[in-house]
Design a protein around this ligand. Structure first.
Ligand SMILES: Cc1cc2nc3c(=O)[nH]c(=O)nc-3n(C[C@H](O)[C@H](O)[C@H](O)COP(=O)(O)OP(=O)(O)OC[C@H]3O[C@@H](n4cnc5c(N)ncnc54)[C@H](O)[C@@H]3O)c2cc1C
Length: 397
């Protein structure tokens, strides 16, 4: 599919998706069933997946550059196709691999695609779209997660280079990545104006994967703590303008948060698996599903999931039309994660003892979804953004 052949159809039902979106989703689902799902259990157990091998295969099919410029090897489609793509990732039988793919497509590369020079796009974006390179995003630090403005990693100028010192924490894809989209302080002064995004090759002298972090969920995805000790990179590896890193990262978060919502609004699949289980499982002489308390609760949860879907599609539609969707993307992230967690918790409850056993999908979903209200901006940070955009948050001192 190319930009020229693709069309965005607004159906009366309000769906943004036309036949081309469905074709993309269908192709991705087939790929997932052939190349990902057969390995998910093994990768979850190993607590890592072969990122280079998988991303090369995805890159060959164009999956890593859906809304990236054609000039850089992308499909050049609008964001509605990325949204459709992100939704279809929910066919993967875990949350970890969608997250790792999302880092590559929607978290580490949007700012580079929008603001990077031709040269830096050639060096870092093109191989990330083709799947030769694995990308990661370095924003959070040991002492600064929610409060991005207070990061301590510093990049000081030395001739034509930057010399980087500091560290990043919880870096998804961090043990396997070829480069990191790194947020660093490049000057003194206002915390919102002193930061720059820089592409740093992970094989640079002074970059150290200090440790691989063991997690409660999202197990197939590797998460690293990184140290940067006198890392020298050319200043031309900067993304866009110096001092604009915080602003670029805030824009980049919009796509990250919409991307997260794409997955959460597909939580209905676990409700369906729970329904199938409860129809078969009998207690007190009848299927568990026949208890009004249970089927009412499942009906209520399905309604919540549909509401998140409507919010997500509204936000995507406005984003595609060129609007700033900071508020809606934050609402999608907040509500989507909360609904997914609620769905997961109730479904574990209704699966009973089996819900608490690691091997069941519902248990994995429960462990994976817990991250939703923490990673990529905690719920409270989303509430802060929403309150601020509503004009009801007092000025911070
Ligand atoms: C598995 C995993 C993968 C990750 N991947 C990446 C990655 O690839 N790149 C990256 O840069 N980061 C990544 N992160 C980091 C993630 O984005 C941060 O953990 C998140 O932003 C929260 O930051 P924190 O952990 O420092 O929490 P803190 O800032 O210490 O906050 C702790 C808690 O306090 C509450 N809180 C925070 N601020 C407020 C407030 N203003 N008002 C009220 N309550 C508040 C929230 O409940 C929050 O959860 C990842 C994290 C995990 C666990």
């Amino acid at each position: 599919m190319t930009a020229a052949t693709a069309t965005t159809t607004q159906t009366p039902a309000g769906s943004l998706y036309g036949p081309d979106h469905l074709q993309l989703q269908d192709a991705l689902e087939k790929f997932i069933n052939a190349e990902i799902n057969p390995h998910v259990d093994e990768w979850e157990k190993a607590e890592i997946f072969p990122a280079h091998e998988l991303f090369r295969k995805m890159g060959k099919l164009g999956f890593l550059g859906v809304n990236k410029p054609v000039a850089n090897g992308g499909m050049g489609l609008d964001y509605s196709y990325s949204a459709a793509f992100a939704e279809a990732l929910s066919h993967i039988r875990c949350g970890a691999i969608p997250m790792a793919i999302g880092v590559q497509t929607d978290m580490a590369t949007p700012a580079l695609a929008k603001h990077g020079s031709d040269e830096v796009k050639r060096e870092f974006l093109e191989p990330s779209i083709s799947g030769e390179y694995v990308a990661c995003l370095g924003v959070s630090e040991v002492g600064a997660g929610s409060d991005v403005a207070s990061i301590r990693t510093i990049a000081r100028k030395d001739g034509d280079d930057y010399i980087i010192d500091g560290g990043k924490m919880w870096t998804t894809n961090g043990t396997q990545a070829d480069w990191i989209c790194l947020l660093a302080n490049t000057s003194e002064g206002s915390h919102h104006r002193n930061k720059t995004l820089i592409c740093v090759p992970m094989k640079s002298k002074g970059v150290e994967v200090a440790r691989k972090l063991k997690k409660a969920g999202m197990n197939a995805s590797d998460t690293a703590q990184l140290h940067f000790d006198g890392v020298r990179v050319p200043q031309r590896y900067r993304i866009g303008e110096e001092g604009m890193g915080f602003a670029y990262q805030m824009q980049q978060f919009q796509e990250e948060r919409l991307w997260a919502g794409a997955g959460w609004q597909k939580s209905g699949f676990i409700i369906q698996e729970t329904i199938d289980y409860l129809r078969e499982r009998k207690a007190f002489g009848k299927p568990l599903l026949d208890n009004q308390y249970i089927y009412y609760k499942l009906a209520e949860l399905q309604t919540e999931v549909e509401a998140v879907g409507a919010l997500f599609h509204k936000a995507v539609g406005l984003y595609v039309a060129g609007n700033d969707v900071t508020q809606l993307a934050s609402m999608v992230k907040l509500k989507g994660a909360r609904v997914a967690r609620e769905v997961a918790d109730w479904c574990v409850q209704f699966w009973g003892g089996m819900g608490y056993i690691e091997e069941t999908r519902v248990n994995r979903f429960w462990r994976d979804t817990r991250l939703g209200s923490i990673g990529g901006g905690a719920d409270e940070v989303m509430m802060g953004i929403i309150a601020k955009t509503m004009g009801i948050m007092p000025r911070q001192g």
